[in-house]
Design a protein around this ligand. Structure first.
Ligand SMILES: Cc1cc2nc3c(=O)[nH]c(=O)nc-3n(C[C@H](O)[C@H](O)[C@H](O)COP(=O)(O)O)c2cc1C
Length: 226
């Protein structure tokens, strides 16, 4: 009888430890959830973005691309649209070159290497006519050889960025920025910068819903809330 009582006590102690540990896991997960943006609910801009005008400008390429085959909408283009929607941007703008880039991936890589080696500034076919009216510019691009594509430098050198804040974002074969974005103010004269965001292009293509949540989680770091 004594043995049975001892066994019962041990069993009860184990059960109570088990309950406590499940409870603490729930608390952790609740904490994580509260930091993420719930995309099913409206999103509030950070206080310092109130009354600011937002432009989302991006460069992106269609055609045969790394790890995704032939695509009709570029990976960066998809992220640009998500950022424009989530931040309720005033305008989304595509940086386009006068000479279109090759559809073929190998031809594209050859040309990108040549342009980078020449520090080229490819002519742009599109221009933001009302750039003066924007305070915040989310700037998106694919990583090309660990750098920004050369037409993005043409874009940065085409405007006066005094008083504006550039917030970069990129897609690449990995899921991070390369560090080159730190030099953006050297080309975009007068621009202030905020910490940007990098995401894997393949993920954007295969799972745009997950990509959008990752964009939203990054927006939290800029001060966006539900
Ligand atoms: C010419 C070229 C060079 C690239 N170089 C890199 C690179 O150095 N690092 C990287 O992570 N991805 C690199 N990539 C992969 C692209 O950054 C990636 O596929 C990106 O998501 C493409 O975006 P887009 O569809 O908006 O053009 C390169 C792609 C191309 C076409």
């Amino acid at each position: 009888m004594k043995k049975i009582l001892v066994l019962l006590c041990a069993l009860l102690t184990l059960l109570s430890i088990g309950c406590r540990s499940t409870g603490s896991k729930e608390t952790e997960s609740t904490h994580t959830d509260s930091a993420a943006l719930d995309l099913a609910h409206s999103i509030q801009s950070p206080a310092d973005f109130a009354d600011k005008h937002i432009l989302v400008a991006f460069f992106s390429r269609t055609g045969e691309n790394f790890e995704v085959g032939f695509i009709e909408k570029g990976n960066t283009h998809i992220i640009a649209e998500q950022i424009a929607e989530l931040t309720r941007a005033d305008q989304i703008f595509e940086i386009k070159t006068v000479a279109p880039y090759p559809v073929d991936y190998q031809e594209m890589t050859k040309l990108a290497k040549e342009e980078q080696a020449a520090n080229a500034r490819p002519a742009l076919a599109t221009r933001v006519e009302d750039m003066d009216s924007y305070d915040i510019v989310y700037l998106g691009y694919p990583i090309w050889y660990q750098d920004l594509p050369m037409p993005v430098y043409t874009f940065l050198e085409s405007y006066d960025f005094a008083g504006k804040t550039i917030i970069p974002f990129c897609t690449g074969s990995g899921n991070a920025m390369t560090g080159k974005e730190a030099d953006i103010p050297l080309f975009a004269k007068g621009a202030a910068m905020r910490t940007g965001f990098g995401i894997q292009g393949k993920l954007v293509h295969s799972n745009p819903v997950q990509a959008k949540q990752e964009v939203a989680d990054w927006l939290v770091s800029l001060g966006y809330t539900n």
